[in-house]
Design a protein around this ligand. Structure first.
Ligand code: ASP
Length: 351
């Protein structure tokens, strides 16, 4: 009798354990739109977001062979050129809510390539959880010849499912490469190999038999305001630039301005007075560079150069791009208005 009972118990427990194992990998795919979901629309004669999350996953029959429960959550159906900082915040709250559930392994987000480097960096700063969050996208529409979306979705899901994906920060997986959100940028308007992390390179790649991580992004920052400050502009330096645009932004009393200067972080001398006006008006000014890699530094001392701009009160952004510096400033301004504290977020020593 005891033998029979213990056999029944063992069968019951192992069935339970199997069911547990089956659900050990539990991934949510959050869809936002983008080319990955787009098809040619004969009326408007261009690509428009069309496919549902279910259709996106149906195009990847290989997912059935993964030992993973996959559910879909629609967030939006937009071209990512219409993604806004407020939507990014809402997306961050949504993803955080999912990651807080004990049984969720991680989240994949399908997104347009145009602004995925901004949304992913926003979430990288905003989300505290160390569970994997992977953005993916595509350059070819869902109905195009040889679309790249299905493979990218497959690779993104496999990356989240990888036991090594924990604590890597938010990632972008596309064209078989894994990039850190902080470093990734779009390099080509049409080629499927458009994403790169200039100077640093990908943190890993996706092989047919495994997901390979080769670098660990270090010193991840967390900036978590209740509300973000959207009133932040991004201005690029150009030869012959004067102060007009800065005078306008000073008069408008915008909350923040990120300037992509030349080289180490320099502007024409003719633009310096405008920067001063903005600072006097209480605008937070962040100085970065229009050069794709390297830090800005107060090396030069002509009137429009980094040194006098810093002395006036501009904050040097380290080595992040203008668009990423803007994301960081919108979050930082939501936490504090104090220049010293904002400066700390941009201090790249050890980051
Ligand atoms: N315009 C598209 C978007 O960003 C481009 C893409 O997804 O590849 O939504």
């Amino acid at each position: 009798m005891f033998k029979v009972l213990s056999t029944v118990l063992v069968i019951f427990l192992s069935t339970f354990a199997l069911a547990e194992a089956k659900n050990a990998c539990n991934i949510v795919v959050v869809t936002t739109g983008g080319t990955i979901a787009s098809r040619y629309d004969p009326i408007t004669k261009g690509l428009l977001p069309a496919d549902t999350g279910e259709q996106l996953l149906e195009a990847v029959p290989q997912l059935k062979d993964l030992d993973c429960k996959i559910t879909i959550q629609k967030f939006s159906q937009i071209d990512s050129s219409s993604m806004t900082p407020l939507l990014m915040k809402k997306l961050g709250d949504t993803v955080e809510g999912l990651l807080a559930k004990k049984d969720i392994t991680g989240v994949v987000i399908t997104h347009g390539t145009d602004t995925v480097e901004e949304s992913s960096y926003f979430l990288d700063l905003f989300i505290k959880s160390k569970k994997p969050v992977v953005f993916t996208a595509s350059m070819r529409g869902a109905g195009d010849l040889s679309p790249d979306g299905p493979k990218n979705i497959y690779d993104a899901i496999r990356t989240v499912a990888s036991p090594y994906a924990y604590d890597k920060g938010v990632m972008v997986v596309i064209n078989e490469e894994i990039h850190a959100a902080r470093e990734v940028t779009k390099m080509h308007t049409a080629n499927v190999a458009t994403f790169a992390s200039p100077y640093w390179g990908a943190i890993g790649y996706v092989e047919p038999d495994r997901v390979m991580f080769r670098r660990q992004p270090i010193n991840r920052q967390n900036i978590k305001p209740k509300e973000i400050v959207e009133d932040v502009y991004l201005i690029k330096a150009f030869t012959g630039m004067n102060s007009d645009i800065f005078d306008y932004l000073a008069a408008k009393k915008v909350k923040g301005v990120v300037i992509e200067g030349f080289g180490r972080g320099n502007l024409p001398d003719t633009a310096a007075a405008g920067v001063k006006k903005m600072l006097d008006a209480g605008v937070v000014v962040i100085l970065t560079t229009r050069v794709p890699t390297g830090r800005v530094l107060d090396t030069y001392s002509a009137p429009g150069a980094g040194r006098p701009l810093k002395e006036m009160g501009a904050i040097l952004a380290g080595e992040i791009s203008g668009q990423k510096a803007r994301i960081k400033l919108m979050l930082a301004l939501g936490v504090t208005k104090k220049k010293k504290e904002i400066e700390k977020y941009f201090d790249d020593i050890g980051r």
